[in-house]
Write a new protein. Structure first.
Ligand code: DC
Length: 230
């Protein structure tokens, strides 16, 4: 099986690039952030203290998560219900960052993520895919961009959807999330030693995708050469 790991902070363009690569290669696109979001949705709906491991851990027994693919698009099912839209609410973004810092939550999701890569060729995006979940991934890309540029993109996205946005607030939220994702003691956001760094601040989406495609092509060719040599 082939695995492509794409990590990086929120808003760096991971999901767009990962989705596009998966489509072109015929691999499964796995958005792991959606799993953390679904847990955050469940915990907040049950009014659980999302910073407390002791409160969250026993509740995980009531969580059944499933990723299904409808017309190639990932949908997240929480206890049989499609929550793919609900998990995108801004308060869930923030709650997901909190629950993702808890070791019990990370352990709970670890096997689910790894199993996806055992059964399918995948393009998986997240924060710790290249470092923890799929350390043997054949391709690892760390996508980043300045916080200001990521906030600008997020505002443009909201405007395009006819929604109001406040640049200063969006920037603040991005910085808070970066801070908690980078500084948590377990599986913090960081570039794997063998990942290729792609700073997208000055690049268009097309350029980012083209650069990622080049990396994937080169890595898959290397992989094929090694196999042929054996
Ligand atoms: O990628 P996203 O914004 O949907 O992720 C939501 C939160 O989940 C984010 O704050 C960090 C966390 N996350 C994580 O800790 N590890 C992952 N592999 C994916 C997401």
């Amino acid at each position: 099986m082939i695995a492509i790991a794409i990590d990086g902070p929120a808003g760096a363009g991971k999901s767009t690039v990962a989705r596009k690569l998966a489509h072109e290669l015929g691999y499964l696109y796995v958005d792991t952030g959606a799993l953390y979001r679904a847990i955050a949705l469940y915990m907040t709906a049950h009014e659980v203290d999302i910073d407390s491991e002791a409160s969250v851990e026993p509740m995980l027994g009531g969580v059944k998560l499933e990723l299904r693919y409808l017309q190639g698009e990932q949908r997240v099912f929480l206890n049989g219900y499609d929550v793919s839209e609900d998990i995108r609410r801004p308060e869930i973004s923030s709650a997901a960052s909190h629950v993702s810092a808890l070791p019990a939550v990370r352990t709970f999701l670890f096997a689910l993520q790894q199993n996806m890569a055992v059964e399918h060729d995948v393009v998986m995006d997240g924060r710790d895919i290249g470092t923890v979940v799929l350390p043997k991934a054949q391709v690892k890309i760390f996508l980043t961009a300045s916080a200001e540029e990521r906030a600008r993109r997020r505002c443009a996205e909201l405007t395009a959807r006819g929604m109001a946005s406040d640049y200063a607030q969006v920037l603040r939220e991005i910085q808070e999330r970066d801070d908690s994702d980078r500084n948590r003691p377990i599986a913090p956001l960081r570039q794997a030693a063998d990942a290729v760094l792609l700073d997208t601040t000055e690049l268009t989406l097309e350029q980012v995708v083209a650069r990622a495609q080049d990396e994937v092509r080169a890595a898959l060719e290397r992989e094929a050469c090694v196999k042929n040599a054996l």
